[in-house]
Design a protein around this ligand. Structure first.
Ligand code: ATP
Ligand code: MG
Length: 356
């Protein structure tokens, strides 16, 4: 019996209600062409789930996720949620429950869409579950303290295990690409935290003698990302540096609409999640760029194809990539944020046409 992939659809908030259905439509068309059997499982999450299920992450959603091979998660507009216990940001919970410790964020240039260079093709692998994020640390509930009204302490968690896991994911990716890995940190100042991350990267480098390794301080990297991005391939870094640098990288290739991502761990499960937020300013207008979500979804199927040994899912991902590249070349169909005269619907239509 041919394996059936069970894939969740979690729209999220704001433009999530537009770009997630767009990504699913493209994936469905590509799956039909390549005979990939998919059972799509829509699940409530976010603001709408608060209204219908009394919780932004209903327990039944979480339960069903445990039975899936992967899912597509739209952006979450948690900053607009009411301040109440059942209106939480689901992101950190999902990443932790499923141990999705690495966030793979590619950046690549396409012609004429406003990229600063036409030869950018790099991937930032961001640690996903540790670092400075106040609501995310594994070792304590809340890692910001205000001992008195004049002083605030923010703690960052770095662990050997977390550093090693994300670095290993990055080395594996480097091996599949140009065998070049750059680790980015600030161990000159954060001697213990960044120091531990660097120690683990260096130890792993001994296990990957075929991968060329570069060691770059984060401020230098921020500058070099603009001056010579073509000299980087796979980049691994800690949580907050990765968050900032991947937005910077997106800026080099047309902005946040061009910023896809895939959250992965040690198992076969993966979560497609665009790098950007829910963009409430453009929600409901039909002008959001669906690329980030479509490309995140493509990455999910490529990942599932390799991890479940399903060559047809890998072919499906290749077809999605070719069709998207073709659609991006047409200024009439692509969205305004990338020098186009079209909108989301025209871009999706162009991708579907290119697929056929
Ligand atoms: P978060 O804290 O969740 O990352 P943010 O403050 O960084 O959110 P975003 O929602 O990511 O903000 O987006 C910033 C702006 O970028 C949006 O207001 C929107 O104008 C633009 N933007 C984001 N995503 C897209 C997209 N897919 N298409 C077009 N424009 C987008
Ligand atoms: Mg942001």
């Amino acid at each position: 019996m041919e394996k059936i992939l069970r894939v969740g659809i979690l729209e999220g908030d704001d433009i999530g209600h537009e770009i997630v259905p767009a990504a699913v439509a493209v994936a469905k068309a590509a799956a039909a062409l390549h005979q990939v059997n998919i059972e799509w499982v829509p699940l409530p999450i976010g603001r709408r789930a608060l209204d219908t299920h009394g919780n932004t992450l209903p327990p039944e959603t979480l339960e069903t996720l445990h039975t899936l091979d992967g899912w597509i998660l739209g952006p979450i507009g948690h900053r607009a949620y009411p301040k109440q216990a059942n209106a939480i940001n689901p992101h950190p919970i999902l990443r932790k429950q499923f141990n999705l410790f690495a966030n793979v964020r590619p950046t690549r240039s396409y012609p004429d869409i406003g990229c600063i260079r036409d030869d950018i093709d790099l991937v930032i692998v961001r640690e996903n579950n540790e670092g400075f994020q106040p609501d995310r640390n594994m070792l304590m509930g809340n890692s910001e303290f205000r001992p008195n009204d004049e002083v605030t302490l923010s703690m960052r968690v770095i662990t050997r295990t977390g550093s090693r896991l994300v670095a290993k994911a990055a080395f594996e990716l480097a091996r599949q690409r140009k065998k070049h890995l750059t680790y980015v940190h600030k161990d000159t100042v954060f001697k213990l935290g960044c120091g531990m991350f660097v120690e683990e990267c260096k130890k792993l480098a001994l296990e990957y003698p075929d991968v060329r390794v570069d060691d770059v301080i984060v401020d230098t990297f921020a500058m070099r990302l603009i001056r010579d991005p073509q000299n980087f391939d796979v980049v691994v870094t800690t949580n907050m540096f990765g968050d900032i640098l991947s937005d910077e990288a997106a800026g080099l290739v047309g902005g946040l609409g061009m910023a896809p991502g895939l959250c992965i761990g040690n198992g076969n499960i993966a979560m497609a999640q665009a790098t950007h937020g829910s963009a409430p300013d453009i929600a409901g207008k039909g002008i959001a760029n669906p690329y980030s979500m479509i490309e995140s979804t493509r990455m999910l199927f490529e990942w599932l194809g390799y991890s479940h040994s399903m060559p047809q899912a890998i072919s499906m991902a290749k077809a999605m990539s070719a069709a998207t590249t073709e659609a991006l070349a047409n200024p009439e169909s692509r969205t305004g944020d990338i020098n186009g005269r079209g909108n989301m619907a025209s871009m999706v239509k162009a991708i579907l046409e290119a697929l056929r």
